[in-house]
Design a protein around this ligand. Structure first.
Ligand SMILES: [Mg+2]
Length: 324
């Protein structure tokens, strides 16, 4: 069962990423004139169809770390994850086409700090301006950790775990809060809830938890995610949904797409056609939609064209299979 879910999540994420790669940075107006309807090639990064980017690469690096013995129970081995992230940047480890491309600013700075010997939880830049979506895009495998899998998760412990893993590249609590809300929704989908139900439950849990965090870092950041916490998100008009590389925009945009569509394909195409940070919005929405609709919901022709599909499936089996 867990292998099935890990496959759906990892494949769903990589397909969403690959759909967005050829049109990354291009605005929504261009997508209105020329919507993405399937896997394209070349474009922004000059890559063949089915090529995924940093979002998937760093997700797979984290999945590798968590797949090691004990990785899904205690504190993840962040030194191991850091080594893999360095190898991704320097040696094209876990890349689609043996080429590292599409590296975010905070992520690059963090990896350079790791190479200089800074400890993992202190490596990520942590100013308010360092709130890109680079931790959000790679955090998903954490949902398979025992802390997040508990029947009644210890949310302060889940926050601490999420913060530690996010902080390797992004140390500001706004980024951690985005990751935390994303994992709450992903957890509900993993339990078999439909998107609206998973969001409603995540919202309720997050609001309840927030009130125990008075004046803490999460509490100070919640107004940035007011649309999530207050429940207005699904009803927003497209013009109110932004799709830049800002962590708040990406979380809201991906969830909005999930909540307003009812198939994997419609969800990820809506995400990519919002424009701008198309691959990351696609990856986050694709992962949620993969969990919601399962691997069978992902169009077969997209899976067939996906770079390193067999390697991703092997990784999913190693991540999800051991605890069965
Ligand atoms: Mg990318």
């Amino acid at each position: 069962m867990k292998t099935t879910a890990t496959r759906a999540a990892l494949l769903g994420l990589a397909v969403g990423d690959a759909l967005g790669v050829p049109v990354e940075f291009i605005d929504r107006e261009a997508r209105r004139r020329d919507p993405v309807t399937g896997l394209r090639g070349y474009g922004t990064h000059h890559q063949p169809p089915g090529t995924w980017s940093d979002d998937s690469s760093l997700t797979f690096c984290l999945a590798e770390t968590l797949a090691r013995p004990g990785g899904l129970t205690g504190l993840p081995d962040l030194v191991d994850f850091s080594r893999r992230a360095i190898n991704w940047l320097d040696q094209a480890y876990w890349t689609a086409t043996a080429e590292t491309f599409d590296v975010g600013g905070a992520t690059r700075t963090a990896i350079q700090r790791l190479q200089a010997g800074v400890s993992p939880t202190k490596a990520g830049p942590r100013s308010e301006l360092d709130n890109g979506n680079g931790a959000l895009m790679r955090i998903l495998p954490l949902v398979f950790h025992a802390t997040w899998q508990a029947e009644k998760p210890d949310l302060p412990a889940a926050w601490a775990l999420t913060e530690a893993v996010a902080s390797v590249t992004h140390g500001h609590p706004r980024s951690t809060l985005g990751c935390f809300l994303y994992l709450l929704v992903a957890r509900g989908l993993l339990l078999g809830k439909a998107p609206a139900e998973a969001y409603a439950q995540a919202r309720e849990m997050a609001n309840h938890w927030l009130h125990t965090q008075a004046k803490g870092p999460a509490f100070m950041e919640w107004p940035h995610y007011a649309a999530f916490f207050e429940g207005s998100l699904p009803g927003l008009a497209e013009a109110e949904i932004q799709s830049s590389g800002y962590v708040v925009h990406t979380l809201h945009a991906a969830l909005w797409c999930l909540l307003r569509h009812d198939t994997y394909a419609a969800t990820v195409l809506a995400a990519v056609n919002l424009g701008k940070d198309t691959d990351t919005t696609g990856a986050v929405a694709g992962c949620l939609a993969g969990l919601a609709y399962g691997e069978a919901g992902i169009p077969a022709e997209w899976l067939a064209a996906l770079a390193r599909r067999a390697d991703i499936e092997d990784l999913a089996a190693r991540l999800g299979g051991r605890d069965k």
